[in-house]
Design a protein around this ligand. Structure first.
Ligand code: ZN
Length: 171
């Protein structure tokens, strides 16, 4: 048997989760410990997400100030969740996203063209939860969603954390 052909066919199986590495991160969390890799996500969607994450790191991170890095994992999530900020990972943020579920929601809303917009809002929403944890305030859905819409729609940063009291403030 030709070993080259054999290794090519192994590569083509493509069913296994991708390698996970996070250079520089202070934690060793791997999202594939907890969630199943969604192998159905197309390369063009992955490329879009990667490009958007780089955009956020370039444009948004410096304005927040304390975020170091962000990585997104393409997984299947339980309980109808479309995405999750992995608790405790900031400032080396890990976000798990369920693209197949977002696609189903977008389809249901009959606006397939807005898939990219939904993905953007979803990622920035989860990023807001990382910010909430980073400044030690409670997770707040309304704040996270408003932060995401304001940023994605207008490019503005709603600095909600400036007005909130830290949850463990010692007097
Ligand atoms: Zn949320």
């Amino acid at each position: 048997m030709n070993w080259y052909k054999q290794s090519q066919s192994e590569i083509d199986l493509g069913d296994e989760e991708p390698e996970w590495s996070y250079p520089g991160a202070e934690h060793d969390y791997n999202p594939y410990w907890s969630y199943v890799y969604d192998k159905k996500v197309e390369q063009k969607v992955k490329d879009f997400v990667e490009g958007y994450v780089n955009e956020l790191k370039r444009d948004l991170f410096p304005q927040v100030g304390f975020l170091e890095d962000m990585k997104v994992a393409f997984v299947k999530l339980p309980r109808n969740a479309i995405a999750m900020y992995i608790d405790g990972t900031e400032p080396y943020i890990v976000i798990a996203i369920d693209i197949s579920r977002i696609k189903r929601i977008v389809k249901k809303m009959n606006d397939l063209n807005y898939l990219e917009d939904h993905i953007k809002v979803t990622i920035v929403h989860e990023l807001a939860h990382a910010i909430q944890q980073g400044v030690d305030i409670e997770y707040n859905e309304k704040e996270a969603e408003s932060f995401a819409r304001t940023y994605v729609d207008y490019g503005d940063i709603d600095r909600f954390w400036d007005e909130r009291e830290p949850r463990n403030e010692l007097v």
